[in-house]
Write a protein that binds this ligand. Structure first.
Ligand code: BTN
Length: 325
């Protein structure tokens, strides 16, 4: 992962789709013909698919792509209102980009993204078929959009509780958090002037968490056996749509209370990093504008999301200094 791929996502997508649709192993020669792709190019595309984590199996009969829980557009569509568009990609650069030409409301999910983006322009990486990469395009709710990602994170967390994951919490500003590690994250991107649209992006580790140096992560499967990703996609899209409606009707205020109640760091000693500077204090949840409240030896202060990041201070022996003081 994080490898530069030589094959364009559209060919990787067609290759994975062709393998997933085949009831039996596909000989390389047949695959090459089906995709109109020379053998040498096919070989490097298969290497790229493996590098993205696709579980390819090669036998004397040919190739199979064995996915226990493949994404299925029909299954997702059946569980959503009739007017919702549903796009399923096996491979794409980013589900956000796939929706640029769509009409709202439309949801797009992918088995894997080659250029997934997280907060602050960071890479967002999940192995093929292991998580949920979901973008939902909707008309933008009226009102200020800057704390919307926090409201969406609270809405998604509520849906995960209802699905049997009560230990999922939030880490300000937009992380889904469990057992001291990142489970997922939410983005909200406003676009368009005449008919403003909202692109909500959700990355959730489902069957396995990515192994990334210095960034420990957790997956739903570490907490309890997960439902199918199709069911998750439908339920979490519904939760996002309901949050957008509620945000338009009620604004951010009720979400600020909900966020603070779900905040894994509230009452904990934390370090807040802003560029070169760092501040220590006790996190106290968020205010009515979504800013983090921090009690420091110099007094209470608040910080908006942006170029700020938060870490919890743990003391020697791993004892957590989070006594809800
Ligand atoms: C974060 O930084 O924690 C938020 C991650 C959001 C990632 C999701 S995955 C689906 C959608 N497509 C992207 O490229 N990003 C979002």
């Amino acid at each position: 992962m994080g490898t530069a791929l030589g094959t364009e996502p559209v060919l990787l997508d067609a290759l994975a789709e062709s393998l997933l649709r085949s009831p039996a192993a596909v000989p390389l020669e047949r695959l090459s013909g089906r995709l109109d792709c020379p053998r040498e190019r096919l070989a490097s595309a298969l290497d790229d698919l493996r590098a993205l984590g696709a579980p390819l199996v090669e036998t004397a009969e040919g190739l199979t792509l064995e996915l226990a829980d493949p994404l299925d557009a029909e299954a997702i569509r059946d569980a959503l209102p009739k007017n919702y568009g549903v796009l399923v990609r096996r491979v794409c650069a980013s589900t956000n980009e796939e929706l640029r030409a769509s009409t709202p409301p439309t949801v797009c999910v992918a088995e894997v993204q080659t250029a997934g983006r997280g907060r602050r322009g960071r890479d967002w990486v999940q192995p093929f078929g292991a998580g949920l990469a979901l973008s939902f395009l909707a008309p933008a709710p009226r009102g200020r959009l800057d704390p919307l990602a926090l409201a969406l994170a609270a809405g998604v967390t509520g849906a995960l509780h209802a699905l049997g994951y009560p230990e999922v919490k939030l880490k300000w500003p937009n992380d889904l958090w469990a057992r001291g590690r990142k489970l997922g994250g939410v983005l909200a991107i406003g676009e368009g002037a005449a008919a403003p649209r909202l692109l909500a992006g959700l990355g959730l580790n489902v069957h396995a968490a990515p192994r990334l140096a210095g960034r420990e992560a957790v997956a739903l499967a570490d907490l309890a056996p997960p439902p199918s990703r199709n069911l998750l996609a439908a339920r979490l899209t519904t939760a996002i749509a309901a949050t957008l409606q509620r945000y338009e009707a009620e604004g951010f205020t009720p979400f600020a209370r909900e966020f603070t109640a779900l905040d894994a760091f509230a009452g904990c000693e934390v370090t807040l990093s802003e560029g070169e500077r760092s501040l220590r204090g006790v996190a106290r949840g968020i205010d009515a504008a979504g800013a983090l409240i921090l009690d420091t030896p110099q007094g209470r202060l608040s910080r908006r999301a942006g170029e700020v990041s938060l870490t919890r201070i743990t003391h020697e022996g791993g004892r957590r200094s989070c006594a809800k003081i």
